[in-house]
Ligand binder design. Structure first.
Ligand code: BGC
Length: 436
């Protein structure tokens, strides 16, 4: 008799707490009776959408909250709440790889690389965004490998030089490189930030125009074209270097760039977007389920999803997951032809009874960014189903934060957020909305 009473009281209490926690009206759920018990469980774990916006899981991705002049991480944004993370890739490791890839190509093609035989290997460089850590790292990586970097404040200067046909620019120097028994001078003939007049960075069309200008004034001197990403790299390749048989190097391993390797594109770097897109949604999933953050990442989940240390590293101090990069060249490009394919070891469907559907608000800073729209977002869309997440995708204009934040009018409708800022300094524009 007593036992029954206790059970009855517990059931009543549970039912009460479920109504109290779940009835705020902002969950968007129209639960059926059968789902009631599930809801009681989530409600008792405090995971219903009556959770305050400021306590909901938040992941920054692709643009790490940081000072765009100094690169210093914005630890306030990275520690917004206990379920906040950044997902990106290891910018320095990738940058080293890109530099090495270009250098090795030159060494292997020493007989033909110097097109006008003047002993100077000239290259031009398309810079994505002078205030973006990834872009800065790539510019440094190339300059370091080719010996054209000069030190500034304890690091390699990453400023654009404009044009430097005479080798007199101060932000770079002439390097030397021995290859095929010959000693070459290496010169950065030109570099500029590819920003369009409306302010969008990493702008492919601007890069296509720049190669037009550079090639018409010193085209004979250009032996190599390097770009901070494939979007700009492919634009330059299609506009000029393909016809002129000048090897062009990018970054991202977008499908079109990988395919172009068969037609003379020099190479690219995979930033393991298949792992990043997974991590972006996985950290949210884990926080929403209230499980250990390593679940399905370093520790296999019940469905068997797990990554290995060859694919990512986690920095607890920086609250950041970094995917590792792989060079994609003529030797291995056939393994990378579809950049939107999920990574096999983390492609198993989660059980919806344990990881119930949740709503995520996610934005892409620029709907026309080649990498994010042709590689990253399709990957996210493949993973959201596997992870039982109902993701609303918002595409920004690449220029103003408000174009995006205006579309986060009602954060209470969502269980978690994934944010790709226009400018890395601007985290507060988003967290202010969640703090309201
Ligand atoms: C990618 C670029 C992209 C940028 C956007 C970088 O990591 O390599 O292609 O334009 O992110 O933030």
């Amino acid at each position: 008799m007593k036992k029954k009473l206790v059970l009855w009281t517990m059931a009543a209490l549970l039912a009460f707490s479920a109504t109290a926690c779940g009835g705020s009206g902002d969950s968007g759920n129209t639960d059926t009776k059968e789902e009631g018990s599930k809801k009681e469980e989530t409600a008792s774990k405090g995971e219903s959408s009556s959770v305050a916006n400021k306590d909901k899981p938040l992941v920054w991705f692709n643009r790490q909250p940081s000072n765009s002049s100094t690169g210093e991480l914005d630890m306030n944004a990275l520690n917004f709440n206990k379920d906040t993370y950044y997902v990106g890739f290891d910018a320095n490791q990738g940058a080293e790889l890109q530099g090495q890839m270009v250098k090795e190509y030159i060494e292997e093609h020493a007989d033909t690389i110097d097109r006008n035989g003047d002993g100077v290997i000239g290259y031009v460089l398309a810079i994505g965004d002078i205030g973006h850590n990834d872009s800065i790292a790539r510019t440094r990586g190339v300059r370091k490998a080719l010996g054209t970097g000069v030190e500034k404040d304890g690091n390699i200067n990453s400023e654009p030089v404009g044009t430097n046909v005479d080798g007199k620019a101060t932000a770079v120097q002439d390097g030397t490189l021995e290859a095929g028994g010959k000693k070459f001078t290496v010169r950065e003939l030109g570099s500029q930030e590819m920003k369009n007049s409306a302010g969008a960075t990493w702008d492919a069309a601007t890069a296509g125009n720049a190669i037009g200008t550079w090639s018409s004034s010193f085209g004979e001197d250009i032996d190599v074209v390097v770009s901070n990403n494939d979007g700009m790299g492919m634009s330059m390749f299609n506009a000029w270097s393909k016809d002129n048989k000048v090897p062009t190097f990018g970054y991202d391993a977008n499908s079109d760039a990988v395919a172009a390797i068969a037609e003379g594109y020099g190479g690219t770097i995979s930033q393991h977007a298949d792992v990043q897109a997974y991590l972006t949604l996985r950290v949210l999933r884990n926080a929403l389920d209230g499980v250990d953050i390593d679940t399905g990442i370093g520790t296999p989940d019940e469905a068997g999803n797990v990554l290995s240390e060859n694919e990512y590293r986690y920095s607890e101090e920086e609250r950041s997951y970094y995917a590792l990069n792989v060079a994609v060249t003529a030797d291995n490009y056939k393994d990378f032809t579809d950049s939107t394919k999920t990574f096999e070891p983390v492609s198993n469907q989660l059980d919806e009874s344990k990881s119930p559907k949740k709503k995520v608000w996610l934005n892409i800073y620029n709907a026309s960014d080649n990498f994010l729209s042709s590689t990253y977002q399709p990957l996210l869309q493949n993973y959201d189903d596997l992870l039982n997440l109902d993701v609303e995708y918002i595409g920004g204009d690449g220029q103003t934060e408000s174009n995006i934040t205006n579309r986060l009018g009602n954060p209470g409708q969502y269980d978690a957020f994934a944010i790709n800022m226009v400018k890395t300094d601007n985290a507060a524009s988003y967290t202010a909305l969640l703090n309201q």
